[in-house]
Ligand binder design. Sequence first.
Ligand SMILES: Cc1cc2nc3c(=O)[nH]c(=O)nc-3n(C[C@H](O)[C@H](O)[C@H](O)COP(=O)(O)OP(=O)(O)OC[C@H]3O[C@@H](n4cnc5c(N)ncnc54)[C@H](O)[C@@H]3O)c2cc1C
Ligand SMILES: NC(=O)c1ccc[n+]([C@@H]2O[C@H](COP(=O)([O-])OP(=O)(O)OC[C@H]3O[C@@H](n4cnc5c(N)ncnc54)[C@H](O)[C@@H]3O)[C@@H](O)[C@H]2O)c1
Length: 528
Amino acid sequence: MHCRRRHGLRHFTQGQEPPHARAFGGLRESRNAGSCADSCQILAGAAFQGGSCVTATDATTPLTPDLCVIGAGAAGLSVASIAASLGASVVLIESNRMGGECLNVGCVPSKALIAAARWAHERGRADGDGAAIDFSRVQQHVASVIAAIAPMDSPARYGAMGVQVIQAEAHFTDAVTVSAGGRVIKARRFVLATGSRPAIPPIPGLDQVPYLTSETVFELTERPRHLMVIGGGAVGVELAQAYRRLGAAVTVIEAGPRIVAQEDPEMVSVIERALCREGVTLRKGAAIERIELLSSGNIALRLWNGDIVEGSHLLVAAGREPRIEGLEPAGIKADASGILVNRRLKTTNRKVYAIGDCAGAIATGGRFTHVANHHAGLVIRNALFRLPARLGKTPVPRVVHTAPELATVGLSEAEARAKHGRMRILRWPLSNNDRARAEGATEGHVKAIVTRRGKILGCSIVSAQAGELIMPWVLAMARGLKVSDLAGLVYPYPTFSEATKGAAVEFLKPTAQKPWLRWLIGLVRHLG
Ligand SMILES: Cc1cc2nc3c(=O)[nH]c(=O)nc-3n(C[C@H](O)[C@H](O)[C@H](O)COP(=O)(O)OP(=O)(O)OC[C@H]3O[C@@H](n4cnc5c(N)ncnc54)[C@H](O)[C@@H]3O)c2cc1C
Ligand SMILES: NC(=O)c1ccc[n+]([C@@H]2O[C@H](COP(=O)([O-])OP(=O)(O)OC[C@H]3O[C@@H](n4cnc5c(N)ncnc54)[C@H](O)[C@@H]3O)[C@@H](O)[C@H]2O)c1
């Protein structure tokens, strides 16, 4: 996850190592650093400077690093680790848990839960009331995965890299100064990586009932009897399927006409079928009028059409809103989509960048960890090297981690039609793939959108392992390869990846029907 593995101390050459890292002789020997950092954590606002706790005297002196990064989620950690590995001085400020959303309440726990649910599903234990599932073991699995990854994001590890970690809330006091935990930071450049939080829709009665969000759902100690999910986006459908597979009754209430509305309806319909087959109830186009707590302890959602949906638990997964508070003293502007940035991720304050989930519409290729990491790379090039690295040059894939998965890169069919008019659509069903047959995973297909000359405009795959299968298409788009290049590769047999070849070869089929080709074969035959 993040860039931490790529940018860990292991990869420093002697010349590149920050002085503090050299003093520790690398991460694995930094046990003292760890204990010092840990004790620093106890003192809110204490800073950890490459192995030595900042003393009260130190605290009166403003810190003047090359970079001050606010927020230690995927985006902030990536920037801090890359910058430190390049020898820049970095202050990293985090008010909550290191690792941010992805590690603590996002990608990591959700994918651990999904994995546990898949195991339960495959063993058939989720049938009936799912009584055979020991939910506490599921929760232990989720907690153990977080715990296994957490040291990679810890203050100790970042301290050993030479990053000064301050555990406190940061706020701008003027255009060039940040204050956090009693420290004053006047950095050459600031990077805002403050992330987002769950959006809570203004539904009457919602504030009167107990409800879960992605920030609390992974703390459930008992399996919900009937989980109602408000919102059929990625969070809603991934968790709905996982809890259904773990034996809960699940109803998704989606206000719009479609679930996962940002993706191609043709591909989403495959996910929708799978959800319904497994017993998830989907209520699309369902507007909630009000929410009530019943005397039974259940929660009732009253819909505008008069229907009532009743369940034991309520999960609100109705989108995210950026964390954009306290920017006024620095002259940084924001709107509902996030902090306003240009294509170099610079805010309206020329010393400040914004990246990851907190960055506004222009920066969002979606709110994803890999987008946050991508932003981090762009900011490093801009802030440390003044290179004109910009958004929009690199194709960014996205994956909905349901079963089957849905992975997409580039334009959808509708977007491509609007932009390019004439184009070709290449489809290849997984039922034509021998490995998929062997695995009993034939649901889904590849759908590639190409120009008539074979330039790849986009690709969407709905299948088992679609998130893995999308990468050749991402590479081809990034490097300007044509679909015929993908058709010409040798793929190992039998693998799911042959589905890419299947779709790519579809592009060549009309050529194979051309009369001149038949004529050429006939001529060669005639010549013996
Ligand atoms: C359930 C769920 C599943 C997801 N699954 C995936 C997935 O599979 N793949 C994927 O790519 N993405 C996924 N995401 C999205 C992904 O988690 C986010 O896009 C990513 O974590 C954003 O990283 P970030 O660094 O921008 O923000 P965050 O991780 O939110 O980090 C921001 C940090 O800034 C801190 N902060 C905020 N304000 C201040 C302040 N004033 N002072 C100090 N610190 C501050 C916060 O405490 C926080 O730790 C998922 C999200 C959810 C909710
Ligand atoms: N696999 C992944 O990479 C992954 C997984 C989870 C989340 N994420 C990211 O997290 C972010 C948030 O995901 P999300 O699913 O919460 O948001 P989302 O915006 O994708 O979906 C929210 C859904 O809730 C619906 N909704 C809003 N208000 C409603 C109401 N009052 N009643 C019923 N439905 C309502 C919306 O119509 C929408 O379909 C996304 O940007 C996504 O990129 C990514």
